[in-house]
Design a protein around this ligand. Structure first.
Ligand SMILES: [Ca+2]
Ligand SMILES: [Ca+2]
Ligand SMILES: [Ca+2]
Ligand SMILES: [Ca+2]
Length: 266
């Protein structure tokens, strides 16, 4: 994701949270070229955007019924949209961004999306159009759905980029490490608590590299985007026990030491 934010302003906004935020997404939803943090408030079902010094309500309710939120410009107008799966129907919905909020949703997938988990969005194929990657419950495979930049994904067929075992991972993130302009997959491994980096090649993923040697099972709602001013994307995540929101700045070879960016209970 393009854009450079300042951790201190993100921290101010992030501290305005009440309790129990989930489905964290890092994306430039308001179009000011600075990545924002978007999350669902469990107590109200509202969708909030944390940008600059305050948070803004961009969804009035019902968001507890949605899952696997991801952000990307899917309709090609340069504004970063949200997608989400509706639990009740298994439909995939596109919520186009209008700059300072979201407009009427459009059906992007007619059903079956409850069979996937950990949907993330990034630019995996190198054509400048947002794509979706997710894990299939029934097979543990990782699939890439190339976007066409006109509001649809996977029209030419999905691509298998992971042959299995992905149900053993949690909190999948799409982010660019290595600053090659291509999204990579970062995810935590349940059995070891390690954090792994799978570098995107344009057609698939390179062999994984360990970038966190343990403890990642204690984190939830990992998301990636450009939060600090470097060419590499950064990781944010909530520490489950404390509810604190942490930022892990990205670098060419992995992640730097974390800093706390939300003082409230996430
Ligand atoms: Ca922004
Ligand atoms: Ca858009
Ligand atoms: Ca693409
Ligand atoms: Ca990359």
């Amino acid at each position: 994701m393009p854009g450079v934010a300042h951790p201190d302003t993100v921290a101010a906004a992030a501290s305005a949270a009440t309790v129990n935020m989930a489905e964290v997404v890092v994306a430039d939803v308001d179009g000011d070229r600075v990545d924002d943090v978007v999350a669902v408030e469990r107590s109200t079902g509202k969708l909030w955007m944390y940008a600059g010094a305050a948070r803004a309500e961009i969804g009035t309710g019902g968001w507890n019924g949605m899952h696997d939120l991801a952000g990307g410009d899917f309709n090609g107008d340069t504004k970063v949209d949200l997608i989400a799966v509706e639990q009740a129907t298994g439909k995939l919905w596109l919520y186009p961004s209008v700059g300072k909020g979201l407009t009427t949703r459009v059906e992007m997938g007619s059903g079956g999306w409850n069979g996937m988990h950990d949907l993330v969005s990034g630019e995996f194929t190198g054509d400048g159009k947002a794509d979706v990657v997710g894990v299939e419950h029934s097979t543990g495979k990782l699939w890439l759905y190339p976007g066409n930049g006109a509001g649809s994904i996977g029209g030419g067929g999905r691509v298998e980029i992971g042959t299995g075992g992905w149900n053993g991972m949690h909190d999948l993130v799409a982010m660019d490490l290595g600053a090659d302009g291509r999204s990579d997959v970062v995810t935590a491994e349940t059995s070891t608590g390690k954090l792994w980096w799978y570098k995107g090649t344009g057609t698939g993923l390179s062999p994984r590299v360990e970038i966190g040697n343990g403890g990642w099972n204690s984190m939830r709602d990992l998301a990636g985007g450009a939060v600090v001013g470097s060419a590499d994307d950064d990781l944010v995540g909530v520490e489950t026990a404390s509810g604190k929101l942490f930022l892990y700045p990205g670098k060419t070879t992995g992640l730097d030491g974390r800093m706390q960016i939300g003082t409230a209970d996430w």
